[in-house]
Ligand binder design. Structure first.
Ligand SMILES: [Zn+2]
Ligand SMILES: [Zn+2]
Length: 324
């Protein structure tokens, strides 16, 4: 999304698939249920045992995930009330998104502590980390390597639909419940709807307060707050571009630029499952010159990572007290 002229697309046409994906992931409870599914949880009692969440909260989230098409119920005994909750193909396809957020959290948010989770790829046997690569040339993709242009779904504004779904329980304290988790740490930064939209504008090349305000339709006190938070997390820096009167612009730090990987991985998922086959935005990888989507591969063997082929070395023990 970066690299192109900042105003190549009217901002109101940025019906970007990433927004739709973030709306799902930024519900803290839904995120936790999905995460435990990737770790192999299947049954109501398993989710409840690990997450220690109120029965009713779990029922509501499982129903929501089922209605969204991310999970489905499979009877496992003759008694009709006994179900496994399994990921659908659409749900399983969120795995690369989880992995790219994990990588970002591991790289930037661990504060020097050992990684909470080590991935082991059964396919090649290596301890590995996830890498975001170009589908055309298999090389890693950075924020500066990409041009964008509108796709066939551009201009289909879904902001109202998104807004209706944006009531959520994205409480940072909930997100790291039970497990220290790099994905949760990443979502604490980008999981807020306004923050996410702000990051997206930055990737489109927007730098100045008034432009953010105009493009996002955001109240200036909220915008000020979100800019301060991103600066506090080291995602953006504030630079004076004029002295009298003093005016500032906001630019990504190296850490902020590294959010590009997760953004294009989320975009791929949204394009695939939520755009009705009409992606709003097409990406071109400048080094190879080809249109591409983001793939998440093993750092050791470069094969695409599949949840069925992953093992995890947990470097923590689950918090099991009731008062988490
Ligand atoms: Zn490429
Ligand atoms: Zn591998």
């Amino acid at each position: 999304m970066t690299g192109g002229p900042p105003h190549a697309l009217p901002s109101r046409d940025r019906a970007c698939s990433v927004a739709r994906t973030v709306e799902i992931l930024s519900d803290a409870w839904m995120f936790l249920v999905l995460r435990e599914s990737f770790f192999g949880a299947r049954r109501f009692e398993q989710f409840q045992h690990v997450l220690k969440l109120p029965r009713n909260t779990l029922i509501v989230r499982l129903r929501k995930l089922t209605n969204l098409g991310l999970m489905h119920k499979v009877g496992y005994s003759s008694s009709a009330s006994r179900y496994d909750y399994r990921l659908t193909e659409m749900g399983r396809d969120l795995y690369p998104t989880m992995l790219s957020l994990l990588r970002f959290g591991d790289d930037w948010l661990g504060q020097g502590a050992p990684l909470p989770l080590q991935l082991i790829h059964r396919g090649c046997g290596a301890r590995c980390s996830p890498v975001v690569v170009c589908s055309a040339c298999d090389q890693p993709v950075g924020a500066r390597d990409v041009d964008y242009r509108p796709g066939s779904g551009a201009g289909e504004d879904t902001r109202d639909a998104v807004r209706k779904r944006s009531r959520r329980a994205s409480d940072p304290a909930i997100l790291e419940r039970v497990r220290p988790c790099s994905v949760a740490r990443s979502l604490q930064i980008i999981g807020d709807r306004w923050t996410f939209l702000l990051i997206r504008e930055l990737f489109f090349g927007v730098r100045r307060f008034d432009e953010f305000a105009a493009n996002m339709g955001i109240a200036s006190n909220i915008l000020t707050d979100r800019l301060q938070r991103l600066a506090a997390h080291g995602i953006i820096g504030k630079h004076a571009y004029q002295s009298r009167p003093e005016r500032f612009e906001y630019r990504f730090t190296e850490r902020g630029l590294d959010l590009y990987g997760p953004m294009i991985v989320m975009m791929r998922w949204g394009d695939r499952w939520l755009s009705g086959g009409k992606p709003p935005l097409l990406l071109r990888h400048k080094p190879c010159g080809k249109d591409f989507f983001a793939r998440v591969v093993c750092s050791a063997c470069r094969e695409e990572l599949d949840p069925k082929e992953m093992q995890y070395e947990l470097r923590y023990s689950l918090v099991t007290t009731e008062d988490v």
